[in-house]
Design a binder for this molecule. Structure first.
Ligand code: BDP
Length: 651
């Protein structure tokens, strides 16, 4: 077969970066440094859902003008968390409309008096539309859950008589419409013999519960008034040297100097440069390798940026330190290459979902999940079906877990969802995803959608545009979307770099007939490969399994059935794995909550772990397989030692 030369994105210089970015300003992770402070606002907030018929009483009565408790009763609401499962009120669990959060904060005096200081309010995510007031002043609006947004509030806290307290009010609407991501529809039930007047339901077209609220941290942080606004890093390898291309944007003054120093893991300076952009060369660089691919995975340098500026108020300095992993990503017609070596994704799909906190960010859960990923020998996951918290990606960088970063383009199931307004919003969401996640070495590919109705002509154009836009935003990474369409009908596949396929043989089709999986899987792979000649990832497969249900010979919903289904898939995958199939991601890492339906028993149970993170039998099967693959695909060849396999208690 004719070999197409590798498409290597990492070699592009920094000049291509950001040329198509329509967003104003950067979205660097707020960090403490010699010039920056942060104040987390996690904890208890006051909360009220607006149960009025039109859900607009909060606006009509201007709840943001006074403390929330003065306009009616409030609940204690933990942040971060979803609001849905916290109270005993079933109406809140299913609430659709505006909810109101409020928190009072006392600011350090320096923040309110030092005019060299810029105070920023940053919301990690608010699902799905948010309006923010500070001391009753309309400050910020944002559309779309799962991504951060922020506002400079210095002028609100540094004028007039010093405010002893700052009152932050955030109204959030979780209504999904045909133009939100994910999309949804509101259906009014007009038959008054069955439904009360004005009764409506929210229809969604995806398979997870639409948890909402302030699900990630809210915080305040400071920078100097002239500050490092954004840093973009791309990396490459030339012979024995690592290349770090950087581009820095500064706001607040045109009179400044920039110094960039690259430090190795022992804090030794290995390269330095000046100015807003440049290339740092690191002879004998240690590369960032995925976990299990190399004996020294996830090597991180740090790019220390120092800004000094002359302002009308005198000289100011700003410092920011960015972790940098030097690695390349490339795709041939049959391989996914990291650092020039074939990489095989053996991993999982996840959800940010657990227990009563819903999708609320939680450190213990995150650390537990990473321990489980390492126990499993998983080297990758897809952020199905929305971008995860930044802290998750930081962990991936540090542990060498490779990420396919997916935007909330899920549930694009109806023809009317492929319209111009949606397209522009989708492109903007990709801008926000790329802006936030571009510097993570762990992120090796963008996924712009999950299971869109890609057989439609309109979807073909839509996907083409979103993919082209994403490639223009970030020429350094491949782009995909995840398909469950027929190979011959899919209108988006021509535009992707890697084909990602979801299939549920012997589950949603021919259920019970495990003996058909190998044939159907082989047909799937052969058809797609023959038509597109692109590497393929089996991006979902799995079976609903109730932990503790057993039946042998296997029957559906038992642990034995899940295991056998996986075994059959694995036989099929092994046939193609060394040819052009470059990955397998089980659906799903853990059970997760969904809307209620006749096919869901307290949520989706396709996890190999329960929602409480306990293993089902399939987890042990997968663990054996992943460690075996890891040892076969390791570079340079050596045996990966898992403390887990030795049963160490310290993993
Ligand atoms: C796939 C979807 C995923 C679902 C899964 C399932 O991508 O979100 O949860 O099916 O049905 O089609 O379990």
């Amino acid at each position: 077969m004719a070999r197409r030369s590798a498409v290597a994105w990492a070699a592009f210089g920094p000049l291509l970066w950001g040329c198509a970015l329509g967003l104003q300003g950067g979205m660097l992770y707020p960090q403490e440094s010699r010039s920056r402070e942060r104040k987390e606002l996690d904890g208890l907030w006051s909360f009220r859902a607006d149960f009025s018929d039109n859900r607009r009483r909060g606006f009509e009565e201007q709840w943001y003008r006074r403390p929330l408790r003065e306009s009616g009763p409030t609940l204690d609401m933990p942040v971060p968390s979803s609001f849905n499962d916290i109270s005993q009120d079933w109406r809140l669990r299913h609430f659709v409309g505006w909810v109101w959060y409020e928190r009072e904060v006392i600011l350090p005096e320096r923040w309110t008096q030092d005019l060299h200081t810029r105070v920023v309010l940053r919301i990690g995510s608010a699902h799905s539309y948010a309006i923010v007031w500070v001391n009753g002043v309309d400050t910020l609006e944002h559309e779309g859950g799962y991504l951060p947004f922020e506002a400079d509030i210095s002028n609100l806290v540094q004028v007039g008589p010093l405010p002893s307290r700052l009152r932050i009010t955030i109204a959030i609407n979780n209504t999904l419409t045909p133009t939100t991501l994910p999309p949804g529809t509101i259906q009014y039930m007009n038959d008054t013999s069955k439904y009360p007047k004005g009764y409506f339901v929210q229809n969604t077209y995806f398979d997870f519960f639409n948890y909402a609220g302030l699900q990630r941290s809210v915080l305040l942080y400071t920078t100097p008034t002239t500050y490092i606004d954004d840093i973009t890093v791309t990396t490459g390898v030339e012979h024995d040297s690592g290349l770090v291309n950087y581009q820095i944007s500064v706001k607040g003054s045109n009179l400044f100097e920039l110094e960039a120093r690259l430090l190795d893991a022992e804090n030794k300076v290995v390269a330095n440069g000046t100015g807003t952009q440049g290339q740092l060369k690191v002879p004998g660089a240690s590369l960032w390798w995925p976990y299990l691919m190399h004996e020294r995975p996830a090597y991180l340098y740090s790019l220390e940026v120092r800004l000094t500026a002359q302002t009308s108020l005198g000289p100011v300095s700003d410092f920011y330190s960015l972790p940098v992993g030097i690695r390349t990503v490339a795709v041939t017609e049959s391989q996914f290459l990291i650092n020039g070596k074939p990489f095989y994704f053996h991993g999982v799909n996840k959800h940010e979902d657990a227990d009563i906190r819903g999708k609320g960010f939680d450190w213990p859960l995150l650390v537990k999940d990473f321990n489980l990923l390492r126990w499993l020998g998983a080297n990758a996951f897809r952020t199905s079906h929305y971008p995860y918290a930044e802290e998750v990606l930081q962990m991936c960088d540090r542990h060498g877990i490779v990420v396919i970063d997916e935007c909330p383009g899920v549930g694009l199931a109806l023809p009317q969802f492929f319209n111009n307004v949606s397209l522009h919003h989708h492109m903007r969401v990709m801008e926000e995803v790329v802006r936030r996640d571009k510097n993570h070495p762990a992120v090796v590919m963008w996924s712009v959608a999950n299971e869109p109705a890609s057989h439609l002509e309109s979807a073909g154009y839509y996907l083409k545009m979103v993919i082209a836009h994403t490639k223009a935003l970030d020429p350094s990474r491949p782009v995909t979307f995840v398909s469950n369409s027929n190979y011959a009908a899919d209108k988006g596949a021509p535009y992707v770099d890697v084909i990602c396929l979801n299939s549920y043989y012997s589950w949603y089709h021919d259920y019970g007939h495990l003996e058909l999986i190998q044939l159907q899987l082989a047909t799937q792979f052969e058809n797609w490969y023959k038509k597109y000649q692109k590497p393929i990832i089996q991006s979902e497969y799995g079976a609903e399994t109730i932990a503790g249900f057993h039946q042998d010979p296997p029957l559906m919903f038992t642990e034995e059935y899940q295991k056998s289904l996986l075994e059959q898939y694995h036989l099929g995958l092994d046939q193609k794995r060394r040819k052009y199939v470059v990955g397998e991601l089980i659906w799903n890492f853990a059970d997760f909550m969904t809307e209620q339906s006749l096919t869901r028993v307290l949520g989706n149970k396709k996890g190999i772990f329960t929602r409480q993170r306990q293993p089902k039998s399939a987890a042990f099967l997968l663990r054996e397989r992943y460690w075996k693959i890891a040892n076969e695909t390791r570079y340079p060849h050596s045996v990966a030692k898992s403390q887990c396999l030795e049963n160490s208690p310290f993993t």
